[in-house]
Design a protein around this ligand. Structure first.
Ligand SMILES: NC(=O)c1ccc[n+]([C@@H]2O[C@H](COP(=O)([O-])OP(=O)(O)OC[C@H]3O[C@@H](n4cnc5c(N)ncnc54)[C@H](O)[C@@H]3O)[C@@H](O)[C@H]2O)c1
Length: 340
């Protein structure tokens, strides 16, 4: 039984609390959030003890692993302290908003040797993972094109969330930069982009965008297009296709249920999921279960610190490409981060 301490009890923290509690091989021992009411709620709901402060949870001898689901600006500090305290770490993305700080955090954590997994949950979507397997088994031949679309939900995050998010490219884009590396088992060579605030003027007023297209060239030569929007009025719409000399494999748009009604006016399909937690709910459970297995046997492959850094480097390249309206190479960003 893996005894887990959960840090950060906001939106994603509650998802993790439910999944840890539902996992027969995990036990939610303790939780911490500076907002006392949230701790009381989680403690009451799952029988976990609320920690008076972070160190109490990190020093607790009965806790094997911590899940870091707190605000982004706290991840690097908490993950480093947890690793130094000898706890296995599941850390929400991103490791840090600053690439330099993320690199320094990874450097600080690696020598501890503790198992670390990053919360790139989309890798655990069965349909998306099928694309990874299709590329791996060679059935689509030489990869030519990857197209990734993610739109929605029909709501946008709060102003506070947007302000702390690091911007749309780093916040949501990073999931797709990670998925792209996972699906293709290839690395990005260069990126270009266009972004705009088109649906929600408040997002534009905060200096962020709600719509982007990113074009990427992989080292293999394959070409990729990613488009993302913060809002889609018809629900959560995500699909990915990989196309190559051997054909096409697609992870399609998933309706809430596979129901189609027919009437005199034609066919009407079931609508899309209302939000990311409906669409990808199962992936958060699967990711947490994979973390438990990883801590136990260290054999299964989970998103690592290196994956976190790689995805963040791509996001950084895209941010520069947007700011300077030019194509940016990944080697340029790596050189810059190393102070070259
Ligand atoms: N993998 C995913 O799909 C996914 C989805 C949502 C959020 N996230 C990530 O999870 C993180 C949290 O997002 P959220 O939407 O839950 O935000 P949120 O604002 O709802 O919750 C953040 C919580 O962290 C707490 N907190 C702040 N400082 C803390 C500290 N020092 N110690 C402990 N707790 C602290 C806050 O009080 C709050 O309860 C972000 O980094 C976000 O990028 C990932």
């Amino acid at each position: 039984m893996l005894s887990v301490g959960l840090i950060g009890l906001g939106t994603i923290g509650r998802v993790h609390a439910r999944n840890i509690a539902a996992n027969p091989e995990m036990h939610l021992a303790a939780a911490f959030d500076p907002v006392a009411a949230r701790m009381r709620e989680i403690a009451d709901m799952f029988g976990a003890r609320g920690a008076a402060h972070l160190d109490e949870l990190l020093d607790a001898k009965d806790i094997d692993a911590v899940v870091v689901g707190s605000s982004t600006d706290t991840h690097s500090d908490i993950a480093t302290r947890a690793a130094r305290a000898g706890k296995s770490v599941y850390c929400e993305k991103p490791l840090d908003l600053s690439l330099d700080k993320a690199l320094a955090t990874a450097e600080a954590i690696r020598p501890t040797g503790v198992p670390v997994m990053m919360g790139f949950n989309r890798r655990f979507d069965e349909s998306h993972a099928a694309l990874h397997h299709a590329v791996k088994d060679g059935s689509i031949g030489r990869l030519q094109l990857v197209q990734m679309t993610s739109r929605g939900p029909n709501a946008v995050p709060t102003d506070d969330y947007i302000r702390a998010s690091g911007g749309f490219y780093r916040d949501k884009g990073v999931h797709f930069f990670d998925l792209l590396r996972f699906i293709t088992a290839d690395e990005v060579a260069e990126v270009s982009t266009m972004g705009a605030a088109l649906s929600d003027p408040a997002i534009g007023a905060l200096g962020d965008i709600d719509t982007f297209i990113v074009a990427l060239r992989m080292k293999s030569g394959a070409l990729v297009q990613i488009d993302n929007t913060r809002r889609a009025i018809y629900g959560y719409d995500e699909r990915i296709e990989v196309f190559g000399t051997g054909g096409l494999v697609e992870s399609g748009r998933t309706p809430r249920r596979m129901v189609t009604r027919s009437s005199g006016d034609g066919f009407l399909s079931e609508g899309l999921h209302a939000n990311i937690f409906e669409r990808f709910g199962r992936t958060y459970y699967a990711a947490m279960a994979a973390f438990g297995q990883f801590v136990r046997n260290r054999e299964n492959s989970v998103p690592s610190l290196d994956d976190a850094i790689a995805a963040q480097i791509i996001a950084e390249a895209v941010v520069i490409a947007a700011r300077e309206a030019r194509t940016v190479t990944i080697s340029e960003v790596i050189g810059g981060a190393r102070g070259a």
